[in-house]
Design a protein around this ligand. Structure first.
Ligand code: SF4
Length: 411
């Protein structure tokens, strides 16, 4: 939220109505409407003394027409637009770096605070699919991550803070807007077809903000995405998987990466708290019993291929035993090395033979294509590069200032 001095007689929606509020210039934190789910926005409008259906209208302008200026919301009365202008804003996080690959992959680094490292990244990957072109957006949920998986560049940056709803939905908003910037407002469309909550951070450790953001993704007044096209990926926060099953129906992916506890404790340390037996049981509880929930017919298993670490034939056999009672699709991910990474990428032959073992056992097993190689970086690495450049630029500025100071003092 930003702070602006505006001539209003209130600091909140309720106070805006109050005739006794002092009419004077006061500092007001504008409320950012971007991240609000529909129930939250309806309450906001009701508290302001407005009809709650206004929330749906405003949400459509924000999330379907990518409008940030209340003056462009033509089906809303001038009086209400003026009121909104005074106390609200629609503000996506600031883009500090963007990179569009030749193959259609797009990456953004967003600044989400004042600190040097307050950066998160978002990646959009296009792919042809039998149902048409898919544009899948990988969204971050935290600045850094506390879970410190040993193969992960983000984990090495430590944890700073959770992202707000506006910062999470802002990534989806900006990715869509990047295709629509030059299109007249009423002709704008949503371009992102799929979302995976698989960027920086563990989404289930920022539960409420991620849940409300996913609700906005599914909401017909916002992005109207199908529940099969919104996937939450977790490293295995078991109690929160159970909670999520009660709260929302979306697809689930597990960052597994190891087929036994000993290796997983090393690669994904949260496994020490919620070992494989508990994790697999939670996934089984997630699978819809009545078969009606199309998003919950299987779990996606993510498995990063680390040379000589988790890619032996015996590991593939252990996977078969581990997953035998869990409807699952397995996605093998060739490791994307980053500076000082303690691992290397498994050879192509190793990955293919691992896939064959699993496929022969009846699993649907795919190998993730590496995309956007000309701009590529492992998840979290791009942020590291941008932070490094920012740090170097700041150090350079300081050095120049110091030299100028010395020259001045020397007369
Ligand atoms: S893999 Fe995911 S959960 Fe593990 S440290 Fe990286 S961002 Fe966090």
């Amino acid at each position: 939220m930003s702070t602006e001095v505006v001539a209003v007689s209130a600091v909140s929606a309720e106070q805006l109505q109050s005739p006794s509020a002092p009419a004077q210039q006061i500092a007001v934190e504008k409320v950012n409407l971007l991240g609000m789910s529909r129930p939250q926005m309806e309450k906001f409008f009701e508290d302001m003394g407005e009809k709650k259906f206004r929330a749906g209208q405003v949400m459509k302008w924000i999330h379907q027409f990518f409008v940030t200026d209340f003056a462009q919301m033509t089906n809303i009365s001038g009086k209400l637009r003026e009121k909104l202008e005074k106390i609200c804003e629609i503000k996506a996080p600031e883009v500090v770096h963007k990179n569009y690959s030749k193959d259609g992959t797009r990456k953004w680094v967003f600044r989400v605070g004042d600190g040097e490292g307050s950066l998160v990244e978002t990646v959009l990957i296009p792919a042809e699919h039998r149902s048409g072109l898919r544009r899948t957006l990988c969204i971050s949920s935290q600045v850094g991550c506390a879970l410190d998986c040993s193969f992960c560049s983000t984990g090495k940056q430590g944890f700073q803070r959770d992202l707000s709803q506006a910062e999470i939905i802002g990534q989806l908003w900006m990715a869509n807007y990047s295709y629509m910037e030059d299109v007249p407002v009423l002709e704008r469309e949503r371009s992102v077809t799929n979302v995976v909550m698989m960027g920086m951070g563990e989404p289930l450790l920022n539960y409420d903000a991620v849940l409300n953001s996913m609700r906005t993704m599914l909401d017909d007044f916002a992005y109207g995405m199908s529940k099969r096209r919104v996937t939450l990926s977790t490293s295995g926060v078991v109690p929160k998987i159970d909670q999520m099953v009660k709260d929302i129906d979306v697809a689930l992916a597990i960052s597994l990466h190891a087929p036994n506890d000993e290796l997983r404790n090393e690669l994904v340390p949260i496994n020490k708290k919620y070992p494989l037996e508990q994790l697999i049981a939670a996934c089984q509880r997630y699978i819809a019993k009545d078969g009606n929930e199309s998003s919950r017919k299987h779990v996606t298993i993510e498995y990063v291929m680390l040379d000589g670490v988790n890619d032996h034939p015996e590991h593939a056999q252990q996977m078969i035993r581990l997953l035998k009672n869990l409807p699952s699709k397995i996605n093998l991910i060739p490791f994307n090395p980053f500076p000082h990474a303690p691992y290397g990428r498994s050879s192509r032959n190793r990955i293919i033979s691992f896939q064959k073992t699993l496929s022969d056992a009846g699993f649907v097993c795919t190998i993730r294509q590496t995309r956007g190689d000309d701009i590529d970086a492992a998840c979290g690495q791009l942020v590291g590069q941008v932070a490094d450049r920012t740090r170097r630029a700041e150090q350079w500025k300081k050095k120049v200032a110091q030299q100028n100071e010395i020259l001045r003092s020397q007369g």
